[in-house]
Design a protein. Structure first.
Length: 318
């Protein structure tokens, strides 16, 4: 190999490293700028970069307004000039009836489980995809339930659409399906409906699958190909809370609230790092972290509030 070729090869390698590093830094910066997941960039409900209006009405500080088909309660997420939202659309139902509660309607009928990409500036639909067509296997809450209550997630490269019993799907930003995964059917207490959103950290999606109709578990999914990295069975009934990933002493943990036990799992292995006594029935609120303290709460048929200093938490901390 000549000196010139060696220098050229080194130069290309350095350029590749610089481009890759710049891309990673840009993605990290964008992940703080955009509302890419449930409860925002830090799963705290807070943006440090946004400057939203403090008041609005039907006419004030509203750029556009569009009707979404069907009836879903998934929160939209935003990346760049695109907004993503999930919705289940009853086939053959039109007008106001399409948006009405259908939790107790029988037969429930075929639904299209849809992923929509909307232009953030104009409200126009850029693309929409039907992830699945299926009749829901059980009802949802009579007044408030939907079959699309989990929020999508995006990392700027892909959109992850989670319809729980109706599948987990990964699309690129142009709507091309990359992979899909079916975890089975949940059986929820009183058929109240589903609604836990996965947590995304690095290349790992964490899913909580707590229900009454079979084995409950927490699972880690590789976001790149949908393969399961680990699965930990647990004895829990319905949990709606979205898990929270924290970096503790340089190692990521995922905190999962529930009625019987609150547990924090090592993100890489699924091993339990620490656990404490659980919350009340129907663990719905997501955990919140600030200044070294983790806050967990629930309030159905009782009330429970915990503050845990996670840096010191290890083993059983009852």
């Amino acid at each position: 190999m000549t000196l010139a070729r060696t220098v050229t090869t080194v130069a290309i390698a350095l350029i590749s490293i610089i481009i890759s590093t710049s891309t990673l830094l840009a993605q990290a910066s964008d992940s703080s700028r955009y509302w890419a997941q449930w409860r925002g960039p830090h799963a705290s409900g807070v943006s440090t970069t946004a400057n939203p209006p403090l008041e609005w009405s039907e006419t004030k500080n509203v750029r556009w307004k569009v009707q979404i088909p069907g009836r879903g309660s998934a929160s939209p997420v935003v990346w760049g000039d695109r907004l993503f939202v999930l919705t289940p659309v009853p086939v053959g139902i039109t007008g106001d009836a399409q948006h009405a509660p259908r939790g107790s309607v029988t037969p429930r009928g075929i639904h299209r489980f849809m992923v929509m990409a909307i232009d953030r500036n104009t409200g126009k639909t850029i693309w929409e995809r039907i992830a699945r067509e299926q009749e829901p296997h059980e009802q949802s809450h009579v007044d408030n339930g939907t079959w699309a209550s989990s929020s999508p997630i995006t990392d700027g490269e892909r959109v992850y659409a989670y319809f729980e019993s109706f599948g987990l799907y990964a699309y690129d930003m142009h709507g091309k399906l990359i992979w899909e995964k079916d975890l089975g059917d949940k059986k929820m207490r009183n058929e109240f409906g589903e609604g836990s959103t996965p947590a995304l950290h690095g290349n790992t999606l964490v899913i909580v699958w707590d229900h009454l109709g079979g084995q409950s578990f927490v699972a880690a999914i590789d976001k790149r190909d949908g393969k399961e990295l680990w699965r930990v069975p647990r004895k829990e009934i319905d949990t709606w809370a979205t898990p929270l990933v924290l970096d503790v002493n340089g190692r990521p943990q995922v905190v999962v609230p529930a009625m019987e036990r609150v547990r924090s799992y090592d993100l890489a292995t699924g091993d339990v790092v620490w656990e404490s006594d659980g919350l009340t029935m129907n663990a719905i609120p997501s955990p919140v972290y600030s200044d070294g303290l983790l806050f967990l709460m629930s309030g159905f048929r009782g009330n429970d509030l915990k503050a845990i200093r996670v840096a010191d938490a290890k083993g059983n901390i009852d």
